[in-house]
Design a protein around this ligand. Structure first.
Ligand SMILES: Cc1ncc(COP(=O)(O)O)c(C=O)c1O
Length: 399
């Protein structure tokens, strides 16, 4: 359940504040970057750790026309929560709930013949056509149909349309290196995508949407916007890659703030080992602060000795190893009250680090930092607004 405590009050142990006002502003900023395209808010993986349903609603309220998830279970959970409108999901495995997807009015990605066989069988059983979006592998080498197999997949999908078992609502693909502007694969993928769309349209497919752009492409590559852009990380106010600039430079505001209550402050002598393995030893008499968050909460162990934290108004670093439930900061003789706030990351307004800083400290990407914040950390959704009920109605069966 979302609560709305006063912002920045002391957290019980720890919490992730989710600023839905910032999310809405980011959606509007991204729509302005792609003014001729609809926007799909990518809310997979619990909205990159931010809480799927409140984020989906906020994104719709700010003008997102579509929602996107990886698994059908995530998409069905949105419907179960009463979220209406267009929802697409793209990571299907054999035996997945195609029929439920059809009945829930989902747009379902099809990357190969096995999926087309399963979805058309489900459509026959449901007695209504499935909304399917054919995915082209234009170079990512992950999901999607290879160019050599595309004509057969398109022909089979057209046949399914003629039988009343499918509507091909979309043609789409995904970039491999959009976060590296100028990478030669980008132009190759775009050219191939145009060719594969052209082939499908000549074969009689009339898609509602053609799409390939993720956040970095939305921000840097207008020619990739087509009918729809699928934005995830940028909507959460996080830069897709340091090379593209910080979130502030991109006009985005981080949505998640990770805060904890300092659990203990104590004086220790010089030469005192700190945390497992004693990889940190105090070089003088000092004070240590205990932060009750660990790798079970998603604080990366790889950031041991490096992760930045704001405590008592001063930026400190994790001293020694991050443990499962806790880590220590050397306060350098400063005393702070137990219960005072330790800020791991946030927008940076109060001098706190950002998720991008943590990514750098852990040698990873900021996507992983926010997405892996564990379920033990309560999400507190701030600035939730009454949503427009017209956007929340369940999709009509025949939509
Ligand atoms: C198919 C697909 N589209 C769009 C996205 C959103 O990507 P980003 O978070 O870079 O915007 C993802 C996320 O990885 C994805 O898997």
């Amino acid at each position: 359940m979302s609560q709305t405590p006063p912002p920045h009050s002391a957290p019980p142990r720890a919490r992730a504040e989710i600023d839905l006002g910032a999310l809405r502003a980011n959606v509007r900023a991204l729509r302005a970057r792609a003014p001729h395209s609809a926007l799909m808010a990518v809310v997979k993986s619990d909205a990159y750790g931010h809480g799927m349903v409140p984020c989906a609603r906020a994104a719709l309220d700010a003008g997102a026309g579509w929602l996107g998830t990886a698994t059908p279970q995530e998409a069905l959970a949105l419907r179960a929560a009463g979220v209406g409108g267009r929802i697409m999901c793209w990571l299907w495995t054999p035996g997945d709930p195609w029929r439920e997807g059809i009945e829930a009015g989902l747009d379902m990605a099809v990357s190969g013949m096995w999926a087309l066989r399963e979805v058309t069988a489900a459509a026959r059983a449901a007695g209504r056509p499935a909304r399917i979006q054919l995915k082209a592998d234009t170079g990512l080498g992950r999901n999607g149909c290879q160019p050599a197999d595309w004509p057969a997949l398109v022909a089979a999908a057209r046949a399914a349309e003629d039988e009343g078992l499918a509507d091909v609502t979309g043609l789409w693909s995904h970039f491999a290196c959009a976060d590296e502007p100028g990478h030669p694969s980008i132009v190759r993928q775009l050219d191939l995508f145009r060719d594969m769309v052209d082939h499908a349209e000549k074969a009689g497919v009339e898609p509602e949407v053609r799409h390939i752009a993720n956040s970095p492409a939305t921000l840097t590559l207008p020619e990739s916007h087509f009918d729809l852009v699928r934005t995830g990380i940028a909507m959460y106010g996080v830069s897709p890659a340091p090379e593209l600039g910080t979130s502030a430079e991109l006009g985005l505001r981080p949505v998640m703030t990770l805060a904890a209550s300092v659990a203990l402050v104590k004086h220790v002598p010089a030469g005192h080992g700190v945390s497992y393995g004693h990889h940190y030893v105090t070089d003088a008499e000092t004070t240590l602060g205990l932060v009750p968050l660990g790798y079970a909460d998603g604080v990366p162990r790889h950031a041991s000795g490096r992760g930045p934290v704001l405590v008592g108004g001063v930026r400190r670093r994790v001293a020694g190893r991050v443990a499962m439930d806790q880590f220590v900061v050397d306060l350098g003789g400063q005393t702070v009250d137990e219960g005072s706030e330790a800020l791991l990351f946030g927008p940076g307004d109060r001098g706190e680090p950002t998720a991008e800083d943590w990514a750098q400290a852990a040698g990873t990407i900021a996507y992983e930092i926010v997405t892996r914040i564990g379920s033990r950390v309560p999400r507190v959704h701030l600035h939730e607004e009454p949503h427009d009920p017209a956007r929340q109605r369940p999709a009509a069966v025949d939509e």
